[in-house]
Write a protein that binds this ligand. Structure first.
Ligand SMILES: C[S@@+](CC[C@H](N)C(=O)[O-])C[C@H]1O[C@@H](n2cnc3c(N)ncnc32)[C@H](O)[C@@H]1O
Length: 401
């Protein structure tokens, strides 16, 4: 496959590089990208084929959408054009619920996770490569702080919120500390939000019926982390990258030229058009800095969503599935996804082999638990895909737009 050369990315994510260095999250787990394991070992972990695999309860997690995406990819695999998926790439991994489910259930052979947030990348890298040390650290946190709860729990929450690694600590240990910070805050903060102003579960006074440890099941958590380690050891989780989405998409063909482009699929779940800046450190909302604080002078500017659309509709060399909040801008704006086909330039078609795939569009209703509310609510999600259009189901679950 030809190598894509991409312009420097200006999402602001490169400003995270300093934080990433201090957290010990390298662009790849090892010093170099991990070679593609040739032999596929069987997955032997009880959780692999279950409903939930991710150790993180991630804001905006797509666990409800994962079975729908599994359906779309399974259907595409029946076509001659796709056949099988050797690699599923998730450049906005977050809690990685979809990738883990798809590889665990055998819908795809391998997965590659990437996220620009150094804390999130450190978590997945440590879970993959430093599994038992992370499991031990998590058990220790549970025993000493989360299980006792109350004041000890809130004090520990403050400790992790303020935690920064010592520069003198070895990179691998800094990364393990950052992974623990990510896991602790994710399991004990309101809605699992890592950055910004969300407080500890149960409130600072811990007078709620849902105290700080109510989302922390130590044994289940340990097994989910072990599943990640097992997927990495068995070559099913190829690598974890701390990169901007565009770098990830550019690097896959460069590092894995042996993969047939028709057998690579990217699943992209970017921050929502609405509200993403309060949830993620690496947000697409240009009105916010990457530290969760509002900029003094903000302007309405959706250019980062436009950049992603530009890449996906003109440059992408492998097929993709994209999920978004149901925002009218996405389907009405011709700079976004109003068109029904990819429109690569003549030179990208000739030199890079970029295709003019049809973009199929579907609306999916998912049920989810809303922060601070009892019971389930429903929301519509948009799904766009360049998988062979005749294979993309249309029915009550996947409504045509
Ligand atoms: C909607 S969340 C993904 C949730 C995930 N699908 C799940 O099920 O948990 C979006 C993720 O994109 C990451 N992100 C934001 N901007 C990014 C960028 N420019 N490049 C790569 N990742 C980015 C955020 O850190 C966040 O983890």
């Amino acid at each position: 496959m030809a190598v894509v050369s991409t312009p420097a990315v200006s999402t602001g994510a490169e400003g995270l590089a300093g934080v990433a260095d201090s957290y010990g999250a390298l662009p790849t787990i090892g010093a170099l990208p991990r070679p593609l394991p040739t032999a596929l070992e069987p997955i032997e972990h009880a959780l692999a084929a279950g409903r939930y695999q991710s150790p993180l309860r991630y804001p905006g997690a797509k666990s409800a959408l994962a079975p729908v995406i599994a359906r779309i990819i399974t259907s595409a695999r029946r076509s001659r054009d796709v056949g099988q998926v050797d690699l599923l790439v998730e450049p906005f991994a977050g809690g990685a619920s979809t990738s883990l489910r798809l590889v665990g259930s055998g819908v795809v052979d391998r997965i590659l996770l990437a996220d620009a947030d150094p804390l999130v990348a450190a978590f997945w890298q440590s879970a993959a490569e430093d599994t038992e040390r992370l499991v031990d650290r998590a058990h220790d946190e549970w025993d000493r702080f989360v299980r006792p709860g109350g004041h000890a729990g809130v004090e520990r929450w403050d400790y992790w919120k303020a935690w920064e690694p010592r520069r003198s600590t070895q990179a691998r240990n800094r990364r393990l500390g950052a992974a623990m910070k990510c896991l602790f805050l994710n399991r004990t903060t309101f809605s699992g939000i890592l950055h910004g102003t969300a407080g500890p579960l149960g409130g600072r006074l811990q007078q709620s019926p849902y105290p700080i440890g109510c989302r922390w099941n130590p044994d289940a958590l340990a097994e989910r982390v072990r599943l990640v380690g097992h997927l990495y050891d068995s070559g099913r989780l190829v690598d974890v990258w701390r990169k901007d989405w565009q770098q990830t998409l550019a690097d896959v063909p460069e590092y894995y030229p042996q993969l047939l482009p028709s057998r690579v699929v990217a699943y992209l779940d970017p921050p929502y058009v609405e509200k993403s800046s309060v949830l993620y450190r690496a947000s697409f909302d240009p009105a916010y800095s990457y530290h969760g604080t509002r900029r003094a002078h903000s302007s309405k500017d959706d250019s980062l969503h436009v950049m992603l659309a530009h890449y996906l509709t003109k440059k992408a060399q492998f097929r993709w599935v994209l999920s978004y909040d149901n925002h009218p801008m996405l389907t009405e704006d011709r700079w976004l996804y109003a068109r029904s086909r990819m429109t690569p330039s003549a030179s990208d078609r000739a030199l890079l082999g970029v295709s003019q795939w049809t973009i199929s569009k579907r609306l999916v209703t998912t049920r989810y638990t809303a922060a601070g509310r009892v019971g389930k609510r429903s929301a519509d999600e948009l799904l766009f895909t360049t998988l062979p259009p005749a294979t993309v189901p249309i029915d009550d679950q996947l409504r045509e737009l």
